[in-house]
Design a protein around this ligand. Sequence first.
Ligand code: IPM
Ligand code: MG
Length: 368
Amino acid sequence: MGRSSYKKMSKTHRIAVLPGDGIGTEIVAEAIKVLHALKLPLQLDTAPVGGAAYELHGHPLPPATLALAKQADAVLFGAVGDWKYDKLDRPLRPEQAILGLRRELGLFANFRPAICYPQLVGASSLKPELIAGLDILIIRELTGDIYFGQPRGRRTAVDGHFPGAPEAFDTMRYSRPEVERIAHVAFQAARKRSKRVTSVDKANVLETFQFWKDIVTEVGQQYPDVELDHMYVDNAAMQLVKAPKKFDVLVTGNMFGDILSDEAAMLTGSIGMLPSASLNASNQGLYEPSHGSAPDIAGKGIANPLATILSAAMMLRFSLNLPEAADRIEAAVQTVLAQGLRTADIYSEGSTRVGTAQMGDAVVAALA
Ligand code: IPM
Ligand code: MG
């Protein structure tokens, strides 16, 4: 495990750095460059996770990695996954690392902002007038729903595999406290924004989501200043591409949130720009780009590090209470975009194409 520390008079914040697979190592390296440049009292400890950890220790979330994450004030996470692990038993696949971290750290509240940067309006597949000024916050419940239902499996296993199994199943469930706490998170977030929450469900078909809707409505009575409406998930998927700016805070379950947050991310032009935060009840958090490990471009030095750099900014703001430092990073990202610097995913005619490391260097230079 690598280590680098900064000593100052103030509290040293402990950050577990888990770069993971694919482009994870490249983009996390750039975020670390930016954190170093801020000269904050941070102690960074790095550990393997995902496929990288499976190669080294035979498990995607080795006990030492989990322990490091648990004792840290925050986790800076890259990405996990590679097609080459698709044949592994499910508990050994790289994705289990992120699911395990969410479960073990109790990271139930996932914040996925979808913001359209003015300089990137042209990068969206939607018409500029539909997305200029877009600023949506998707709040995804992250430790319940069908992702963590019991039981799950396929009937009639043979030697741990399921050739010709007649059926497979996962169960969708939510408990009252799980829905109540995420609803509170959404209403409180809305109070700091435009005081509107859209709760997304499938109450017309699923009992779990009638329950969700009833509880969100109940909790909403404690926030009379916040306007609440409800939308079925299929309609929400449609409205997101039809009139995305009608949304402000959108709150939903784990599965629907997974899907809608990718959709919302792409409205902004590139998923390579979007950070995310996953918080538990004590504001300990895991911060990661909204995109995945992109094995197809790994090792080429062309991935966009801005989502990870912006995730580090969210980390400073939410878990370490260093809002000025977060502001500085976000302003520096705006500056490099205004300078016309673009990685391949956001490149357009007339801008300057840069690689991963050049983009990181430019953000560091813009901090000054
Ligand atoms: C995400 C990812 C994960 C999820 C995978 C990698 C398990 O798609 O964070 O959105 O489905 O939650
Ligand atoms: Mg996803």
